[in-house]
Design a protein around this ligand. Structure first.
Ligand code: AKB
Length: 318
């Protein structure tokens, strides 16, 4: 990877990935793009930044050519809950954007990464220790776009030789940029509310297990996969990866070790609960470990310590 074009660069993953990659590959070699510009944002100010609506294929190709991109990290997408509220727009952005990005990768011979999700699974998928290759019949628009995206990436690899790679991300927890519109967002919100108000009302029911990962492990996974020896990759799209699986009362208990009077209550959102119920409780990431050496550093305890520490600094709360 020498010249890396990132779409959705101001989102939850992008804002941290751009800085992480700039620290590895050099500021000028990571071109951040997003549909909006946020002046003062570190990803905008620290290197090249271009406004890009991923539905605009012509502009995407122009930017990639202008900067001689050899790698595309395509992150722009709507998350599960928003996609369920706006399914037509979700198809347009998630599939239209992906198709445009794959076409640019094909034309310019770029390596390509795009994330899939645990949302690519559905109620008929085995829900415990979900295998890499298994039933994928999601019942959400987000899931439909993720499975279609996985298939499309496989197609571009087999048909055109595009070097496509991807992972199925679990819920990602981070303190820099809020996720916005996902089902696993409760596991981010809870830290903000714990620090601000010492209580949190969860929109996900007690007992609902989902896979999760702390952002530093997610960033590391993307770079490790993109640097992996292609001859070792049996799977192209997309690898199961996870760092932990927990349900709301477990994250609350972990926070309580740091904030003694913290209390969790429940005000379940039926839409997001139904999505969560259709996703696995835990996924198996053996293929990712074997094919490109995936590993994670943070578990629930170490993530909670770091998250509360960093977030209290950010929010200026003692
Ligand atoms: C969401 O909840 O929509 C995402 C995901 C797991 O893909 N965080």
């Amino acid at each position: 990877m020498k010249k890396i074009l990132v779409t959705g660069a101001l989102g939850q993953i992008g804002s941290e990935l751009v800085m992480h990659m700039r620290s590895i590959y050099g500021n000028d070699n990571v071109i951040a793009t997003d549909i909006r510009r946020i002046d003062g944002n570190v990803a905008v100010e620290s290197g090249p930044f271009e406004i890009l609506d991923v539905k605009d294929a012509k502009r995407m190709a122009e930017i990639a050519k202008q900067y001689n991109a050899d790698t595309i990290i395509h992150l722009a997408a709507l998350l599960s809950a928003v996609a369920e509220a706006k399914p037509v727009l979700a198809w347009d952005i998630n599939m239209g954007g992906l198709f445009n990005a794959l076409e640019v990768a094909r034309e310019l011979n770029c390596a390509f990464f795009t994330p899939s999700s645990i949302g690519a699974f559905g109620p008929s998928t085995p829900s415990v220790n979900t295998p890499q290759d298994t039933i994928q019949r999601p019942q959400t628009m987000y899931g439909v776009t993720k499975v279609s995206g996985e298939l499309l990436c496989d197609y571009y690899f087999k048909k055109f030789g595009v070097d496509t790679r991807g992972v199925r991300f679990p819920g990602l927890i981070s303190y820099e940029t809020l996720p916005g519109g996902g089902t696993t967002d409760y596991a981010v919100d809870i830290y903000y509310e714990a620090l601000k108000n010492h209580k949190y009302s969860s929109f996900i029911k007690q007992g609902t297990y989902m896979d999760m990962m702390y952002m530093p492990d997610a960033l590391n996974a993307i770079v490790t996969l993109m640097e992996a020896d292609p001859s070792k990759l049996v799977h192209r799209n997309a690898f199961n990866i996870t760092a932990m699986s927990f349900e709301p009362s477990q994250i609350a208990a972990e926070i309580k070790k740091h904030i003694k009077d913290f209390e969790i209550s429940y005000n379940v959102d039926p839409v997001r609960q139904a999505i969560a119920d259709s996703w696995p409780d835990s996924i198996d990431c053996t293929a990712a470990r074997q094919e490109w050496g995936f590993s994670s550093k943070y578990d629930l305890a170490s993530m909670t310590t770091d998250m509360l520490n960093k977030l209290s600094g950010k929010l200026n709360i003692k």
